[in-house]
Write a protein that binds this ligand. Structure first.
Ligand SMILES: [Ca+2]
Ligand SMILES: [Ca+2]
Ligand SMILES: [Ca+2]
Ligand SMILES: [Ca+2]
Length: 362
């Protein structure tokens, strides 16, 4: 629960009110100090728990999408597109031998021409397949949540119905909110909730295809919760991220803008190290991947194609990058030994004793 709200607070919270120039200065000063920023440490499992509590809220984290809604890099991305719906299957497994087998089963599925090497093309196809799996999951999840917000089952949810459910999840009495809306009375909500509410309403409008009656069908509700697979919503999501990171108001992102949010304070050496890595990783991502024409500026279009999970060109890039991480013999392919050795990168778990395991499993 903490994660989503912290994320939202950092996105819509205290920074919103600051003038862009102050923000830029603050960012620049803090950058010089190399101050710590709250890193995204939540595990997949924590996130799953958060989801249950905030199930009717659009998630901050989207599986298989490179940025979180609050502009953080998605740390789990490689594992998500490698494991698909088996994500988390390696976390719980305490038996390394069984995990190694599982990993090798995946290896042989990726290796479609069975030459015991994974090529970039093979990995690209696999990434696309796993991305589709995540979307399938999102659809099923959204179906369940739609039923929760559409109790009368007429296939439409109005903004007011959703607002009632949302405020109820924030501790308000469902009846009082419903009455207030019916009588057109003003609702007493705190400032932070009000801001979240306004952002949700913008998003609700966006997800509502004509006629603009603020009624969402099940399909529109899916694009409200999961904008990543709808062209219009993806564009909207990118616009919001740019708005949150853009400091000089030119609706584009420079490198300093991209690496200077969110801002925290240095607590200790560990925080400092996390922070340095945070900046380094974002710089690399900006220069090598997002700014595709390498002119030092990320436009909304560049960010959109970077974030589009269905972009095959990105998938191929990712595939090459993933191979490069583990390709010890530099043949531009992955062998079983390489995948096992870099199992932490692919699965999130260290599957110890990889040298012996190659013997065991083959
Ligand atoms: Ca192959
Ligand atoms: Ca800018
Ligand atoms: Ca550019
Ligand atoms: Ca290799």
């Amino acid at each position: 629960m903490v994660w989503s709200w912290v994320a939202m607070a950092s996105r819509w919270g205290p920074l919103v009110g600051l003038a862009p120039r102050c923000l830029w200065l603050l960012g620049a000063v803090l950058l010089m100090d190399a101050s710590a920023r709250p890193a995204n440490h939540s595990s997949t499992r924590e996130r799953a728990a958060n989801r249950e509590e905030n199930e009717i809220l659009p998630p901050d984290h989207l599986n298989g999408v490179k940025l979180e809604m609050d502009g953080h890099l998605n740390r789990g991305f490689h594992q998500e597109v490698f494991l698909g719906k088996d994500l988390g299957g390696f976390e719980e497994d305490v038996e390394p031998r069984r995990s190694r087998r599982k990993l090798m089963v995946i290896f042989s599925k990726v290796d479609v021409n069975t030459d015991r090497k994974i090529s970039a093309k093979e990995m690209q196809r696999w990434i696309m397949e796993k991305t589709a799996e995540h979307f399938q999951e999102a659809m099923e999840e959204s179906k369940t949540h739609f039923r929760a917000v559409d109790p009368d089952g007429d296939g439409h949810v109005s903004w007011d119905e959703y607002k009632v459910k949302f405020l109820a999840s924030k501790g308000h009495s469902e009846k009082e909110v419903a009455d207030a809306i019916r009588l057109n009375e003003e609702l007493k909500v705190d400032e932070e909730t009000q801001e979240v509410l306004e952002n949700l309403r913008d998003r609700w409008y966006q997800a509502d295809s004509p006629p603009a009656d603020l009624l969402l069908t099940e399909e529109e509700f899916l694009s409200f919760l999961h904008p990543e697979h709808s062209r219009g919503m993806l564009r909207f999501m990118v616009k919001e991220i740019v708005r949150d990171l853009d400091q000089d108001g030119d609706k584009q992102l420079s490198l300093p803008e991209f690496v200077s949010l969110p801002v925290g304070t240095v607590e200790n050496q560990q925080g400092q190290d996390i922070d340095d890595n945070w900046v380094k990783d974002r710089k690399k991502e900006f220069e090598e991947l997002i700014d595709s024409n390498h002119d030092g500026i990320v436009t909304a279009e560049e960010l959109e194609s970077y974030m589009d999970p269905m972009n095959e060109y990105n998938a191929l890039n990712e595939a090459k990058q993933m191979i490069a991480v583990a390709d010890e013999n530099q043949n531009h392919h992955l062998e079983p030994e390489e995948v096992l050795k870099y199992s932490e990168f692919f699965t999130g778990s260290k599957l110890v004793d990889y040298a012996r395991s190659v013997h065991e499993e083959f």
